[in-house]
Write a protein that binds this ligand. Structure first.
Ligand SMILES: [Zn+2]
Length: 163
C-alpha cells in the first residue's frame, strides 16, 4: 500500500527520469523528503551528460544529505526513487544514515527488463537494498507506476539505438 503523498513523490521521480532521458541520460529520478513531508532535494541520472557512470541520483542525494542534514534529520528522511538503489547508492545511503527507501521498480525487475531489451549485463550485481543495508525500511515495488518507468527505459534504448 502506498498513500497519496507517497504516490505524488514517486510520480515526481518518474518526471525526473523523463527529464534525464530528454537529456540523453539513463531514466532514473529520485526525491529526498524530510520527516515532516517536505521535499528537500531531488536529482536525476547524469551519467552521460557528466560522462561519469557514478552520477546516480540516489548517490547525489546521499551526498546532499551528508552536507545539509543532521544525523537525526537523515534518519527521519525518506528517499523516493524510480528504481531500487544499486549497491553503490545503497551503500552511500547506509553510510550517511538515511531512513526509509520507497522505490517503483526493483533492481531484479529492471535487470529482467534490460535483458529483454538486449542490454548487456550490468558490471555491478543488482543486489536488493536490504542485502547491502541490513535493517533498512524499504517499500516497493509499486506496480501502479511500473509501466511508466518501463516505457522510459524503452524510449531511452530506442533513442540510443537511433544515435
Ligand atoms: Zn546507483
Amino acid at each position: 500500500m502506498t498513500d497519496e503523498a507517497e504516490l505524488r513523490h514517486l510520480r515526481r521521480c518518474v518526471e525526473l527520469a523523463a527529464e534525464a532521458v530528454d537529456a540523453g541520460d539513463e531514466p532514473f529520478g529520485s526525491v529526498l523528503v524530510g520527516g515532516d513531508g517536505t521535499v528537500l532535494a531531488e536529482d536525476r541520472n547524469r551519467e552521460t551528460s557528466l560522462a561519469d557512470p557514478t552520477r546516480h541520483p540516489e548517490f547525489a542525494l546521499a551526498r546532499w544529505a551528508a552536507a545539509h542534514m543532521t544525523a537525526d534529520e537523515r534518519r527521519a528522511a525518506t528517499v523516493f526513487t524510480s528504481g531500487e538503489h544499486c549497491p553503490m547508492c545503497a551503500a552511500a545511503h547506509g553510510w550517511v544514515g538515511l531512513g526509509r527507501i520507497v522505490y517503483i521498480v526493483s533492481s531484479v525487475q529492471l535487470d529482467d527488463w534490460l535483458g529483454e531489451l538486449g542490454v548487456p549485463a550490468s558490471p555491478v550485481r543488482p543486489f536488493p537494498v536490504s542485502e547491502v543495508v541490513p535493517g533498512i525500511e524499504v517499500r516497493g515495488p509499486v506496480p501502479a507506476l511500473a509501466d511508466d518507468v518501463r516505457a522510459l527505459h524503452v524510449r531511452f534504448r530506442e533513442a540510443r539505438a537511433n544515435g
